[in-house]
Write a protein that binds this ligand. Sequence first.
Ligand SMILES: O=C(CO)[C@H](O)[C@H](O)COP(=O)(O)O
Length: 224
Amino acid sequence: MTNVEAALALVADGMTLGLGSGKASEKFIAALGDRVRAGLRVRGVPTSRGSAELAARVGVPLVELADGLPLDITFDGADEVDPQLNLLKGYGNALVREKVVAAASGRLVILVGPERSAEKLVPALGSRGKLPVEVVAFALPLVADRLARLGYPADPLRTPGGDVFLSDNGNPILHARVGPLADPGALDRALHAVPGVVDTGLFLGMAERVIVQHEDGRVETRTR
Ligand SMILES: O=C(CO)[C@H](O)[C@H](O)COP(=O)(O)O
């Protein structure tokens, strides 16, 4: 059994599902498409243009968030998972829509691995060194300055051509250089207090379970 198969076992006919972004989510969406073509009736709310395109290609019916509320389960990936199942997300730049869709769901189930699973299971969030923060373009200098004062220098993500990258929401994303965070909740609150911050990659107290596929193929489910 793979972590995707373990996740699919949670899906029932008639559910409305949040569809995450990134490689783990893409595997889930592709496998969900197989089930839909075999007769499963579900609807999906995508968290990025990429997930929407893949879901449409594999035959998963999509609905707008307004027509999907309340969602039953969101399946997504993560960049870091701490022992309490707090998450750091957004290396794939879909953090705002991912957090909105997760918050609109009764349950958030996270798929990790097999790629980089050992690296992603961290003792403290921030261990991989990067925290994405989406901001309103006008506020970029202010938020970068506040981050630097907090001890986390940050630069906007750029395209290969050197332009400031814009998310699906049309906003820049600052990548703050962080280390293991002693109090991620305090940092999240401090950042949300800065005008122009749209959201951070800290998903605290949101995940119900994390289904890890270790590099040796073993599947482990962690619940909160
Ligand atoms: O937060 C995300 C995108 O914004 C992804 O869920 C996260 O980056 C994990 O992606 P992958 O499954 O490709 O490792």
